[in-house]
Design a protein around this ligand. Structure first.
Ligand SMILES: [Zn+2]
Ligand SMILES: [Zn+2]
Length: 260
């Protein structure tokens, strides 16, 4: 009698598993993941501990890069962190040293820890759209007024970033629109580079030893498959050297918020 109940119980488990798609991850686009705190803790330059509360992770940074830059000239960090432009950025054809200088901010990211595909696409806005491992924000593929980045690219330094115009309220904010060379040089071209505001992870421009470009990705600039951080599969963005570089039509999921 006991065995019959045992078998019936197993049968019930099998049936309910069949009915409940959440219990049997298929590795599809809609595969839900919850990002562990340990992965957010790869973000190593923060102004307070990274913590999770009510389904969101909170990440606070000052946005000042941990690498050197020409844009430290005349700032409080000049003696340790200023270097002239060294001519090494392959995207820069004629370096234009812009008048903006790096300043310290207080950027507070609130990002969902269980990102999922949204039925509507929220376009990215100007200002931070994500956070990189060294706490520097990612910006989207546009210059002011929705113009293409073409002219701005010449003001990118040897680490492929530059500060925003003005002072205060995001002025002087150093940011990356494209591949953050400091991170890919130090951690590899295929590594986790950070997270967009919708919570989906961002990876480098290479995968399995070959370079990706935008045509390998969907119109949000991502795709879904297993990665070393997510053996069960995850949707993720890739940075590519062709436009739109990091994000296409908007967030794949519903974005969290950022305050600065
Ligand atoms: Zn910019
Ligand atoms: Zn990929």
């Amino acid at each position: 009698m006991k065995n019959i109940w045992h078998i019936a119980f197993l049968f019930f488990i099998l049936l309910s598993c069949d009915d409940d798609k959440d219990c049997c991850p298929s590795g599809s686009d809609d595969n839900e993941v919850t990002i562990p705190l340990s992965l957010y803790q790869k973000i190593y330059k923060t102004t307070s501990d990274i913590y999770i509360e009510n389904g969101f992770v909170y990440i606070n940074t000052d946005g000042v890069p941990d690498h050197k830059s020409p844009y430290f000239l005349g700032t409080q960090w000049e003696s340790e962190k200023y270097v002239p432009y060294d001519g090494s950025n392959p995207f820069v054809t004629n370096f234009n040293f812009n008048p903006n200088r790096i300043s310290e901010g207080n950027i507070r990211f609130k990002i969902p820890i269980s990102p999922k595909k949204s039925s509507t696409t929220t376009p990215t806005s100007m200002g931070p759209i994500g956070v990189s491992l060294n706490g520097v924000p990612f910006y989207n593929q546009y210059a002011g007024g929705g113009a293409p980045l073409s002219n701005e690219i010449n003001s990118f330094d040897q680490y492929n970033g530059h500060p925003a115009p003005g002072r205060g309220g995001g002025g002087g904010r150093y940011h990356y629109h494209m591949e953050p060379f400091w991170l890919t040089q130090n951690y590899g071209k295929n590594t986790l580079l950070g997270f967009l505001l919708d919570g989906f992870p961002i990876y480098g421009p290479e995968e399995n030893g070959s370079e990706l470009n935008s045509s390998d990705l969907d119109n949000h600039h991502g795709h879904s498959h297993p990665t070393s951080d997510f053996p069960g599969g995850v949707y993720h963005y890739h940075i590519t050297s062709d436009a739109p570089y990091l994000n296409g039509v908007g967030y794949y999921g519903a974005p969290g918020t950022v305050n600065e």
